[in-house]
Design a protein around this ligand. Structure first.
Ligand SMILES: Cc1cc2nc3c(=O)[nH]c(=O)nc-3n(C[C@H](O)[C@H](O)[C@H](O)COP(=O)(O)OP(=O)(O)OC[C@H]3O[C@@H](n4cnc5c(N)ncnc54)[C@H](O)[C@@H]3O)c2cc1C
Length: 385
């Protein structure tokens, strides 16, 4: 079997899989639990399309516009349902109201997350909310192309590499398509996620997961697991072993450590994420229910934001403010030696024990928040100077 690109660089965006005219490419899970394209030489006709549409080989051009806002939906109910300021929900509702389609990540069976296309606001809850695991694209780019071909409007939301994959696959920037990418820490392994759910649901399978549920403090900083027997587990992020391992980069995809799709200039129309420093820079918007950072990259992005502006509280901001506490906007996270240790122990030992060992704070590791803040600000000043 042959590959499309060096494994370390492959983001799993599925552009090659969607573009292959003879279905010679299949996506196969590797030993770390991520999907990679494999070319069947018996079927391959050497047309070169797979490499031509690979956004790592040929990076789509970045848009020129640069505007940043701190935003939050006015409607409190909406903000309770979204991960940060519910900007995605407003963009999606507007697209559906105009008769368009929306594509985003949805749960798809036990421990599976996959991109789907919806055409009705009743299905919006399926794609709303963040899912901290790599979402499978499948053949959804082909369905988007078909819809655009019929003149339908489409709003696509995903990670930076998925937006780049879609744009490379399409080979153009149709006026009917609006793309939204996320500020992204990196994507965790779907197989590790599946294993974690199996262990959590030892007594009764996990039926539903909320990654940014409201915790006991009222903040959206908890994980909610609902088991089939009706029992509910609510864990603060700092207590949940899966999210701890995710944030300590134990099982991120290799390509995430040198992500080519970060920065304040992107090929998407808008970038959304959490405005972690809203308390410092935009205190009027901060009420504990989440504030979104929105970066506009194109006129299409600006127009999409203008349409939802009446339903938003917003303030002009700067990219440096948005990146404060949130460096993932502009740079990839660092590799850690613990990742290799995780993978050498995973599947041989009890997952919970491995996570417990590797995520435990080392002596002297706990730091004062103020000293971390000062270090983060110093770094950011360097990045934006
Ligand atoms: C793996 C991952 C890492 C992230 N890291 C950061 C970070 O470091 N800093 C930060 O500010 N924000 C990060 N985010 C984004 C953040 O969690 C929110 O999704 C974002 O702020 C949008 O919030 P919202 O309320 O507007 O929309 P939401 O309703 O939360 O989400 C909207 C859309 O996000 C997309 N989405 C959700 N899960 C996935 C997924 N697994 N793969 C691809 N697309 C997905 C979907 O298409 C969904 O429709 C990350 C998200 C993911 C999935």
């Amino acid at each position: 079997m042959e590959t499309v690109i060096e494994k370390q660089l492959c983001t799993g965006c599925h552009a090659c899989f969607n573009a292959c005219p003879v279905r010679a490419i299949r996506m196969e899970e590797d030993e770390e639990g991520f999907l990679y394209p494999l070319i069947d030489p018996q079927l391959c006709v050497d047309c070169g399309k797979c490499q031509a549409v690979c956004p790592v080989w040929h990076r789509p051009e970045c848009n020129e516009k640069e505007d940043t806002y701190a935003c939050a939906a006015v409607e409190r109910e909406l903000r309770l349902s979204g991960s940060s300021g519910a900007v995605f929900t407003l963009l999606a509702e507007e697209t559906l109201r105009e008769g368009g389609l929306v594509c985003g990540a949805a749960y798809n069976g036990p421990g599976k997350v996959r991109h789907i296309l919806i055409d009705d606001v009743s299905k919006l809850s399926q794609i709303r909310g963040t899912k901290y695991v790599q979402s499978e694209i499948g053949d959804v780019y082909q369905h988007i192309k078909a819809a655009l071909g019929k003149g339908r409007r489409v709003l696509f939301s995903g990670t930076g590499c998925q937006v780049a994959g879609l744009k490379s696959y399409l080979g153009e920037d149709p006026p009917e398509l609006t793309t939204v990418d996320l500020i992204c820490h990196g994507v965790p392994s779907p197989a590790v996620w599946r294993d974690y759910l199996l262990e959590l649901g030892e007594d009764s399978p996990v039926a539903e997961v909320g990654f940014r549920a409201r915790g006991t403090t009222g903040k959206k900083d908890s994980f909610r697991y609902r088991l089939q027997n009706g029992k509910e587990l609510l864990r603060e992020q700092k207590e949940d072993l899966y999210v701890k391992g995710f944030l300590q980069n134990l099982y991120l995809r290799s390509s995430c450590f040198s992500c080519a799709f970060k920065g304040t200039k992107r090929c998407s129309d808008l970038t959304i994420g959490d405005f972690w420093s809203a308390k410092e820079f935009h205190p009027e918007l901060e009420d504990g229910l989440g504030v979104s950072a929105v970066l506009i990259h194109s006129e299409k992005g600006a127009s999409a934001l203008r349409k939802i502006q009446p339903r938003l509280k917003w303030e002009q901001a700067s990219p440096a403010e948005a990146a404060c506490w949130n460096e993932c906007l502009v740079r990839s996270v660092d590799q850690t030696d613990k990742r290799a240790e995780f993978y050498s122990r995973w599947r041989k030992e009890n997952l919970m024990q491995v996570l417990q060992d590797l995520t435990a704070a080392e002596p002297g590791q706990a730091q004062e928040k103020s000293s971390i803040a000062k270090r983060a600000l110093r770094k950011l000043k360097k990045l934006f100077s």
